[in-house]
Design a protein around this ligand. Structure first.
Ligand code: IPE
Ligand code: IPE
Ligand code: MG
Length: 242
């Protein structure tokens, strides 16, 4: 009595602050049309552009996109090259628009290990967008297990290893908690993406192939998210002991 009751299970149903997307299905999109995989990736970039352009009214603080995993190096040299070239072209063509639209770029993963010219372009993009309002976090050469191992090692160097000290060293430490994780293309797995951050995220797996993903799909997902009841281990029906 006199103190605020424990609020377990009574988290307010609010809009999402942070959504992440595993953008999957570019290869299958191309295959269905008898086109090279590289064209699927090209159309995938267009889907990203459409989404970023539509971001402002959705009021998200952060959108995180899985663009290249640390396991994607296992693909053919040709495919990796075409993905890297798309990245170069995308930064060149869209950076000014990011700045104009107040988008703040962030990169997670071991991006410093990418080709030196890409690292340089990314550093420039990060500094040019540093004052943006909505964060677009792009996972490049990203693997969640490695991210966690790195964070734990850093936490250990500084002192105590705990859930809190590890979380504080993750690449995402400065981002809001992950509310919703979406994967396109019908695969129901995480493929080494945000394993730690997704502990209490809502998840949405859709059959749409990434190049067909439209801003309306995200808007719908956000509407649905706002209706979900998040429990964080507590139960609404349980009386609180206040
Ligand atoms: C996602 O599409 C893009 C990347 C992984 C870079 P995929 O290339 O994985 O497409 P599918 O899964 O083969 O259809
Ligand atoms: C995950 O998709 C990585 C990205 C979307 C960048 P993959 O297509 O690489 O994942 P798997 O191989 O199907 O698990
Ligand atoms: Mg795939």
């Amino acid at each position: 009595m006199g103190t605020a009751p424990a609020n377990h299970g009574e988290q307010p149903k609010a809009g999402a602050r942070h959504v992440a997307i595993i953008m999957d299905g570019n290869g299958r999109w191309a295959k269905k049309r008898g086109l090279p995989r590289a064209i699927g990736h090209q159309r995938g970039v267009e889907a990203v552009r459409r989404l970023v352009r539509a971001l402002e009214p959705m009021q998200l603080e952060c959108l995180t996109l899985y663009a290249f995993s640390s396991e994607n190096w296992k693909r053919s040299i040709d495919e990796v090259d075409s993905l890297m070239n798309l990245m170069r072209r995308f930064i060149k063509s869209d950076l000014a628009e990011f700045v104009a639209n107040d988008v703040k770029l962030k990169i997670i993963g071991d991006w410093q290990a990418l080709a030196p010219d890409i690292v340089e372009m990314l550093e420039d993009a990060l500094s040019q967008t540093a004052n943006g309002k909505q964060t677009l976090a792009v996972a490049l050469n990203y693997g969640s297990q490695h991210e966690i191992a790195r964070a734990a090692a850093k936490a250990g160097e500084k002192g105590e290893i705990s859930a809190e000290t590890i979380a504080a060293e993750l690449d995402t430490a400065d981002l809001p908690p992950l509310d919703l994780l979406i994967r396109t293309s019908g695969e129901i797995r995480l493929s080494n993406f945000l394993l730690w951050q997704a502990a209490y995220s809502e998840m949405l797996f859709v059959d749409t192939l990434w190049p067909d993903f439209k801003p309306e799909h995200l808007a719908q997902a956000l509407d649905d998210f706002a209706k979900r009841e998040r429990r964080y281990g507590g139960r609404l029906a349980e009386p609180t002991n206040g």
